[in-house]
Design a protein around this ligand. Structure first.
Ligand SMILES: *Cc1c(COP(=O)(O)O)cnc(C)c1O
Length: 499
């Protein structure tokens, strides 16, 4: 079966996965979606249970990237999913938290957040795509980050031949450790810049640059072309499907569930990329009961899933789970495209309204489908901290602030529904990335320098300190620019040495 990719805003678009990955976003502003969703059988799941993570990744990619050769896919997965990049041979770990509840630890990569699961492989997917298409151009990666994507993308792309990367982050929207990780980034093809504003400002600025024909032309004259490492890129999303397929196979293999038994999946959500990957895994045939979407006080998705009205006209909160401080969840566009019967006109209408009025309302039919597949909840910073403390005291398990939002929303869901389906909670960051908040949650002193905090958290949690974080201590700050949103275009030209 040959897979191709359509745009959510123009169903006539028909490109290969290499083209979708190399360009990142469709020219019409839409996102690339697969023409169909490949199926995985229970026999295949059982076979996957015996395989390594890289082999499971090979299986999933070979279904979605049908224009890649076997050798190309092997090259990508073998270079990404190995113990040089991850601190566990399992790549993702599955921890048993309490009865029938599992933590899917997606933060064993080099930057200690789940973004590594995709961004360790994206540079290989992207440079392989460029080679297949014979682009002959330098690929320029622009990233808007709420903290974790930026660092993970920088680590993935640093010194990759034929690429250059520039990351924009909101000046006051990332943790001290996240900022340190980015501003000390090494590599000869990297740039990092702070924006006065929040994540949505950074993301909108990057989107505007991507779709500006004048800028694209200027890059082209200079032998360059943009691509995206944000989860709007299919090459970010496809790798995230793997760990849900892999987890299900592992649970069956370990005898924790019977083959065919349904599970719930809970995901702390921001841009809707991670939970959308779980939705795709479900559509492939992974038995899922409910997908539970957990938000912090920026609860635009909770309201949307409950009412069918998406309204970003609301207060923006800066929370202790900054990677979820988002009011425009880009990947929702992909989900809605599938739920509305792949009607590109409908998507253009809704997302046109989102751009002009900041609000749209989906049809009754789509609202119903949404509530069949998804549940949603949110919690405040105080509830998040309270949850970290309870889990720490009761199970000696230390959660980061994002993961704790998911745990709390799941507890609420379970109390409200009585649903005892076995459940996988996506654990999206190492607690060490947010040491200050985690320590203050468990009642320890939390206003020292971030490296002292790491030491303190190590004492209390008994978790090994990730080497990559410990190593930041002595590193010099290489990037200290802070600019206005209006200066982003100039910053791009400056970094690329064109003006
Ligand atoms: C990015 C991120 C999220 C949100 O993931 P989305 O795919 O944007 O929904 C949650 N937690 C952490 C730690 C993250 O880095």
């Amino acid at each position: 079966m040959d897979m191709y990719y359509k745009s959510t805003r123009n169903s006539q678009v028909n490109v290969s996965s290499a083209q979708a990955i190399a360009s990142g976003i469709s020219k019409d502003g839409g996102l690339f979606v697969p023409s169909e969703i490949p199926a995985v059988s229970m026999d295949e799941i059982k076979a996957l249970g015996k395989m390594s993570y890289a082999e499971r990744a090979f299986f999933v990619f070979s279904r979605f990237l049908t224009d890649f050769t076997e050798a190309e896919i092997r090259y990508c997965v073998d270079n990404a999913y190995n113990t040089r990049n991850f601190d566990t041979g399992n790549i993702a770990e599955l921890a048993h938290l309490f009865d029938g509840t599992f933590m899917l630890e997606l933060w064993h990569g080099p930057t200690c957040a789940f973004k590594d699961m995709a961004l360790q492989i994206l540079p290989y997917l992207l440079t392989t795509s460029a080679r297949k298409l014979d682009l002959g151009k330098k690929i320029v990666i622009l990233v808007a980050t709420s903290g974790d994507t930026g660092k993970a993308a920088l680590e993935g792309f640093k010194d990759v031949p034929g690429t250059q990367i520039l990351v924009f982050y909101p000046d006051n929207g990332v943790s001290a450790m996240q900022k340190k990780q980015m501003t000390t980034q090494e590599g000869s093809n990297v740039g990092v810049c702070a924006i006065k504003g929040n994540f949505d400002d950074a993301q909108n600025g990057v989107k505007a640059i991507f779709t500006d024909a004048g800028i694209a032309e200027k890059l082209s004259e200079n032998g360059m072309q943009f691509s995206s490492a944000n989860s709007i890129n299919w090459g970010r999303l496809a790798p995230q499907i793997i760990y849900y397929v892999s987890t299900y196979a592992q649970l069956v293999e370990d005898g924790e569930i019977a083959a065919g038994e349904k599970i719930n999946i809970v995901v702390p959500t921001g841009n809707f990329g991670n939970i959308l990957a779980a939705y795709y895994a479900k559509k492939m045939g992974i038995p899922v009961n409910k997908l539970i979407c957990a938000s912090n006080s920026n609860n635009v998705l909770t309201d949307f899933i409950k009412t069918g009205v998406y309204d970003r006209n609301r207060k923006f909160y800066t929370t202790i789970s900054p990677s979820m401080d988002i009011l425009i969840s880009s990947n929702l566009e992909r989900l809605l495209y599938h739920l509305c019967g792949e009607n590109d006109a409908t998507i253009r209408e809704w997302f046109g309204k989102l751009a002009s009025e900041g609000r749209y309302e989906v049809s009754e039919d789509v609202r119903k489908k949404l509530s069949e597949e998804f549940c949603a909840g949110y919690c405040s910073d105080d509830e998040t901290k309270d949850c970290i403390k309870r889990i720490f005291d009761k199970y000696s398990y230390t959660c980061d602030t994002h993961t704790a939002v998911a745990v709390k929303v799941y507890e609420d869901y379970k109390a409200a529904t009585g649903d005892t389906t076995k459940t996988v909670i996506a654990s999206t960051a190492s607690p060490y990335k947010f040491s200050g908040s985690v320590l203050s949650a468990i009642g320890a002193e939390s206003d020292a320098d971030e490296f002292e905090l790491v030491g303190k958290l190590a004492e209390l949690s008994k978790l090994p300190v990730p080497e990559s974080l410990a190593a930041l201590k002595g590193k010099e700050i290489r990037f200290s620019d802070t600019i206005d949103r209006s200066e982003m275009k100039q910053q791009v030209y400056k970094t690329l040495g064109i003006c």
